[in-house]
Ligand binder design. Structure first.
Ligand SMILES: Cc1ncc(COP(=O)(O)O)c(C=O)c1O
Length: 391
C-alpha cells in the first residue's frame, strides 16, 4: 500500500462541504497558482522549461491559469495533443511547447500528431513512425530506460528489465541516435530529488560525451517539487549543470506537482450498516472516481480522520465491486446519514480516470478560490453521460 502524499487539508479545512452537490471534485485555483509559482521559479532559476503532464490533470477550464505560468504541456497521444491545442493549454496563439510521447503511435494519427506537436518522443530507435516524423517539422526525441530502479513499487517500475517504456540504455548505440535531437526519460513517481540525481549519474556514466549530441533533454515527471520537503536547490543546481555541460535545453514534465493538495473529492454518507464492522456507505466510488485507490493501491487522506478517533468506519464505495472500498477511517464524532465527507489531494489522476461503471454518477466539477471564497460550478454530469458511452 503506497502512502498518501497529502500534506493535510490546508485551506479546505474551512470549505463548507454543503456548498457543492454530491459527489463533486472541488479544485482550489489559488493552491494551483501557488504550486505553479514554485514551478515557475524553479524554471527561472535553473533554466528548465516546465510542462504540465496532461495525463494527470486535464481540467481545461483552468488552462489559462496553467498557461500563464508554465511553458506548455506534454500529451500522451493524439487526443491529449488536440486538447492541449484546442483548449489553449499551450497559449491562445499556440506559442508554447507541446511534447507528445506514446509507447506506440498509430500510423493513421501521425500526420496530425506531427502537426500539433513541437517534440515527438519515440519509445525505441526503430519505432514505427520515426522515419515519417523525421521528414516533418517536429523535433524527435528518444525515450530511454536508464535501467536503475529507484521507485517504491516494482509494479510501477519503468526501469525493470521487461519494461516496455523506453529503450534500455545498455543497448543504445551511437548509430541509433541519428534522427533524434532530444533525449527523454521518465522513471520517478512522487519522489524527492535524490533518486533523480542517482538516475542522472547513471545516464551520464553510460552515455558520456554522446549527451552533447542532444539539443534538449527531458527529465520526465514524478518530481514532487512543490512538496515542502523537496530539495529544490538540488534540482536547480542539477538542471543548470546539465544545461551548461551539454549545451542543451532541459525540460521537466510534472503532473502531480502542479496540483498537489489542490483538490478534494466531496461525497455523502448514504447509509450506515453495523454488521461485523461499522460501514458508512457513500455515493463516492473508489473504482469509478479515484481508481488509483484500488489500482495503486493507496489509502487517500480523509478530512476529519484522526488516528485515535473513537468511531471507526469502513468507507464503502457506491458500486457493487467487492473491492470498492476506501478503507478504514476513524472519526471523533459518529457519522450520520446525510453527512458530507471529503477525500484530500484528489485533483490529479482522478478526474482524468473517472468512469460510470455500475451507472455510478460522475462527480460534478467545481472551482473554488480559497482567497476570495468564490465558488463556481463548472460541470455537472447526468444520466446522458452514462448512456452516451454505451450503445
Ligand atoms: C512520460 C510521463 N511524463 C510525465 C508524467 C507525469 O508524472 P507525475 O504526475 O508523477 O509528475 C508521467 C506519468 O506517468 C509520464 O508517464
Amino acid at each position: 500500500m503506497l502512502p498518501t502524499q497529502s500534506s493535510g487539508p490546508g485551506a479546505f479545512a474551512r470549505f463548507d462541504l454543503s456548498r457543492v452537490p454530491s459527489p463533486s471534485f472541488v479544485v482550489d485555483e489559488e493552491k494551483i497558482r501557488s504550486n505553479l509559482k514554485i514551478l515557475t521559479e524553479i524554471g527561472k532559476l535553473s533554466g528548465a522549461k516546465v510542462l504540465l503532464a496532461l495525463k494527470s490533470f486535464s481540467m481545461w477550464s483552468l488552462a489559462s491559469l496553467i498557461e500563464e505560468y508554465l511553458d506548455g504541456c506534454c500529451a500522451s497521444g493524439l487526443w491529449e495533443a488536440r486538447l492541449a491545442r484546442e483548449k489553449a493549454f499551450t497559449g491562445i496563439k499556440k506559442q508554447k511547447i507541446l511534447s507528445t510521447f506514446c509507447p506506440a503511435f498509430r500510423s493513421t494519427e501521425l500526420e496530425e500528431i506531427c502537426e500539433l506537436s513541437d517534440h515527438l518522443v519515440f519509445n525505441h530507435p526503430k519505432a514505427s513512425g520515426v522515419e515519417y516524423a523525421a521528414s516533418h517539422q517536429v523535433s524527435l526525441g528518444l525515450r530511454i530506460n536508464p535501467e536503475i530502479s529507484l521507485g517504491l513499487d516494482p509494479k510501477y517500475d519503468p526501469c525493470s528489465k521487461q519494461s516496455r517504456l523506453g529503450w534500455p540504455i545498455s543497448k543504445l548505440s551511437e548509430s541509433d541516435l541519428s534522427p533524434f535531437e532530444g533525449l527523454h526519460f521518465h522513471t520517478l513517481c512522487e519522489q524527492n530529488f535524490a533518486p533523480l540525481l542517482q538516475t542522472w549519474k547513471k545516464i551520464e556514466n553510460a552515455l558520456g560525451s554522446t549527451l552533447k549530441k542532444f539539443s534538449w533533454i527531458n527529465l520526465g515527471g514524478g518530481h514532487h517539487c512543490t512538496r515542502s520537503d523537496y530539495d529544490q536547490d538540488g534540482l536547480i543546481e542539477l538542471i543548470d549543470e546539465i544545461s551548461q555541460k551539454y549545451d542543451c535545453q532541459v525540460y521537466l514534465e510534472p503532473g502531480e506537482a502542479v496540483t498537489l493538495d489542490a483538490g478534494i473529492l466531496v461525497g455523502e454518507v448514504i447509509d450506515l450498516m453495523n454488521s461485523n464492522a461499522m460501514h458508512a456507505l457513500l455515493d463516492l466510488s473508489a473504482t469509478c472516481h479515484a481508481p488509483d485507490v484500488i489500482e495503486a493501491p493507496y489509502r487517500p487522506a480523509l478530512l476529519g480522520d484522526i488516528e485515535d478517533g473513537q468511531h471507526p468506519y469502513l468507507l464503502g464505495g457506491a458500486s457493487c465491486l467487492t473491492a470498492d472500498s476506501f478503507g478504514e477511517y476513524r472519526m471523533n464524532n459518529p457519522l450520520r446519514i446525510g453527512d458530507r465527507v471529503a477525500f484530500l489531494d484528489q485533483a490529479h489522476y482522478t478526474m482524468v480516470k473517472t468512469n460510470t461503471f455500475n451507472g455510478v454518477k460522475l462527480p460534478a466539477i467545481a472551482i473554488w478560490n480559497s482567497q476570495t471564497d468564490n465558488l463556481s460550478m463548472v460541470r455537472e454530469f447526468e444520466y446522458e453521460e452514462f448512456v452516451n458511452r454505451l450503445s
